[in-house]
Design a protein around this ligand. Sequence first.
Ligand SMILES: Cc1cc2nc3c(=O)[nH]c(=O)nc-3n(C[C@H](O)[C@H](O)[C@H](O)COP(=O)(O)OP(=O)(O)OC[C@H]3O[C@@H](n4cnc5c(N)ncnc54)[C@H](O)[C@@H]3O)c2cc1C
Length: 283
Amino acid sequence: MSFELISPNTLRDALDLLDVDDPSIRPFSGGTALRLMMKSGVFSPSKLVVLRGIPDLSGIEISDDGSLTIGALSTLAEVETSALVARQVPVLAGALKHLSNRRVRNVARIGGAIAHGDPHMDLPPLLSALNAEVIVESRNGRRHIAVEDLVIGYYETLLEPDELIVALRIPAQDDWHSAYRKVTARSADDWPALGVATSISHEGKEIRDIRLVVGAATERPTRLDISEGVLRSEGVAGLPRAVEAAMESVEVMDDSHGSATWKKALLGVELRRSVEEILGRNA
Ligand SMILES: Cc1cc2nc3c(=O)[nH]c(=O)nc-3n(C[C@H](O)[C@H](O)[C@H](O)COP(=O)(O)OP(=O)(O)OC[C@H]3O[C@@H](n4cnc5c(N)ncnc54)[C@H](O)[C@@H]3O)c2cc1C
């Protein structure tokens, strides 16, 4: 396999190298996913645009409105250990501790972790529950995409081949409280068989609003709309019905991490636990 490896120093130069009509030219962040895909023969690039030398894509900042902006080239380890992330969105720092091992987290970048589109990723469901968005740039300008809308199918995202994620923006969480429950078939830091991300705005046990997202067991991160509706209208008393609705409405995949029947049963258990965990923690 022969391909060109180019390392631009500016965002402008990187964007100029990408081509909307040629998906064989790919941005390369940490390379942890791309290398595996190339090694297994699933993907053969014509050109890799290495982003690591671009200073504009780094850094973690907080704005006056309390939102957090994380540069796309921040490593997962930098996000995990950031004091700002620990203060604003502790659930993200906690989830990263069990996302693979330290060697992978030292190399993989937040932009790559969101753009990859593998259904077995921990971050897209969690970031969707946090109502986060990505800031995306091409030669034609900038657009914002909700993380919830980004992954549209199995390894498929809304990103065009000439677009780069330049940053992730997580809004201030104010009175929202969140949990991420990852279930693995082997060690705690293995790929998830199931990920359940829950965010609740509540006062005591009274649920004002809720966002529930399931990942890993489904073809793409999936919002549990019916269960959310039940909990909004019935409050915590509706939890058994919300759990039942989630198990009935979601299409769960069979794969090497476990059977669909097992994962569906787990979804019920973890959804109930996540809601109880948040309401109990902040009661
Ligand atoms: C051993 C191992 C275990 C793992 N376990 C887990 C796990 O438990 N949970 C989990 O969630 N993940 C897991 N992963 C996956 C890991 O999270 C991803 O490989 C990693 O986050 C991808 O980031 P990267 O910077 O290396 O991306 P790259 O490999 O560089 O790129 C991945 C994809 O994103 C595109 N891309 C990269 N950067 C951008 C950008 N800025 N804008 C647009 N497109 C971009 C690339 O073109 C490519 O298509 C594991 C990976 C390995 C190797």
